[in-house]
Ligand binder design. Structure first.
Ligand SMILES: NC(=O)c1ccc[n+]([C@@H]2O[C@H](COP(=O)([O-])OP(=O)(O)OC[C@H]3O[C@@H](n4cnc5c(N)ncnc54)[C@H](OP(=O)(O)O)[C@@H]3O)[C@@H](O)[C@H]2O)c1
Length: 353
């Protein structure tokens, strides 16, 4: 068995957990990248709160780290949208390093960022590497749903409802969810022509692709979630006053040429004590079907899916390969290197590197 060499790209809330999981699954961390002076120059184990040193120093020069470590894969948790992700993914491709990311738009970016995705696909093919977006959506909002749909004879509607707690993640997420803005500022942001796509739009894109359907119409609406009482945000280290924004809900609907309508209502906001994540899906047609996962630990399952996908991404053909084209996600009993097929690595680097 060859050990996988990985670069931790972004050392925030998610990649700190993913770092521990990778080490526990026999992955060699050969580099770590962050941005802020509080993290750069320190040991990864210390920054990620592992309680032990890893011998890997957090750096801030991605070109140097990507070009010098002979890494198999960069595990990227820095940003949500392709406009921010493009440069990170381009660098990985150009340095011949596979990339797996939890960027929400990267899950299925062909509809919302087609030019960037096509260019990254071209670069990845040219350099013999794979780029894939995964995360919580991979199993809970696409693969599980798709498996349930596989038990239908005829589908009319697919309707999902999910919620997650902004505070399970880092400040990057809280900012994206507009936490602690005023409702007026929220409305202004919403009216902006270049508002990034909802996570639901990319999730439904992956489901439509997985089902082999053709989209004929898309509709998205967004409403702010407003504090009814002061709500604490640990990730932003502040308390949001009554009347200010604690997150928002997107409702995305896709109508298809095949007559199936898919709707996904997704709420990401600060929770009050006692609230928990939900993931509920209803399918109408023959027969009516239901999927319900109460109290999903979304923060943890984001990281497990990111880590468990590493061998699939290394094994996949070169290109921007979206997750519905990868094998069904699986639990990994053994060190992750055990699941890697040698062919692509051999073609890319030769047998001895
Ligand atoms: N798909 C999913 O299921 C899922 C789930 C959770 C989160 N996410 C997404 O994943 C991203 C990370 O989430 P998180 O909770 O880990 O956020 P976080 O705690 O805010 O961490 C973000 C990290 O990215 C680093 N970073 C940002 N820009 C960078 C750059 N240019 N170069 C190097 N490092 C950079 C930051 O470094 P510094 O701290 O040094 O500035 C920080 O360590 C967010 O966009 C979030 O929406 C996706």
């Amino acid at each position: 068995m060859r050990r996988i060499k990985a670069i931790v790209y972004g050392v925030g809330a998610m990649n700190s957990v993913a770092t521990r999981m990778m080490l526990e699954k026999g992955v060699d961390i050969v580099g770590a990248l962050a941005r802020s002076p509080q993290k750069v120059g320190r040991d990864l184990g210390e920054v990620a709160g592992l309680g032990f040193p890893t011998g890997v120093v957090v750096e801030d020069d991605p070109e140097r780290v990507l070009s010098s470590r002979q890494a198999d894969i960069a595990v990227i948790a820095v940003a949500s949208y392709m406009s921010d992700m493009y440069e990170h993914l381009r660098r990985c491709a150009e340095h011949g390093v596979n990339a797996v990311t939890i960027s929400e738009e990267a899950l299925y970016p062909w509809n919302t960022a087609p030019m960037e995705t096509a260019e990254l696909d071209r670069l990845a093919r040219q350099n013999g590497v794979t780029i894939t977006g995964t995360g919580h959506q991979d199993v809970y909002w696409v693969n599980l749903v798709s498996m349930v749909l596989a038990t239908a004879h005829r589908i009319e509607t697919v309707t999902g409802r999910a919620s997650w707690n902004v505070d399970d993640f880092g400040p990057e997420v809280a900012k994206d969810q507009r936490v602690d803005t005023t409702v007026d500022d929220f409305d202004t942001w919403l009216a902006e022509a270049d508002r990034p796509p909802s996570f639901g739009r990319n999730t439904l894109g992956a489901l439509v692709e997985d089902l082999g359907l053709t989209t004929v119409a898309v509709e998205s609406t967004t409403r702010p979630e407003i504090a009814q009482e002061p709500v604490r945000s640990e990730s932003l280290e502040l308390t949001v006053d009554t009347g200010r924004v604690i997150g928002f809900t997107d409702v995305d609907t896709v109508k298809t040429h095949q007559g199936i309508t898919l709707t996904f209502e997704m709420t990401g906001r600060l929770y009050l004590p006692g609230e928990a994540d939900i993931n509920d899906w209803t399918v109408t047609g023959e027969p009516e079907l239901h999927l319900s996962n109460p109290a999903v630990p979304t923060g943890v399952t984001t990281c497990t899916q990111l880590v468990n996908r590493i061998p699939d991404v290394i094994n996949a053909p070169p290109g921007f390969i979206t997750m519905e084209k990868l094998p069904r996600p699986r639990y990994r009993t053994y060190p992750l290197g055990m699941y890697v097929h040698e062919r692509k690595r051999f073609l890319r680097r030769g047998p001895l590197s």
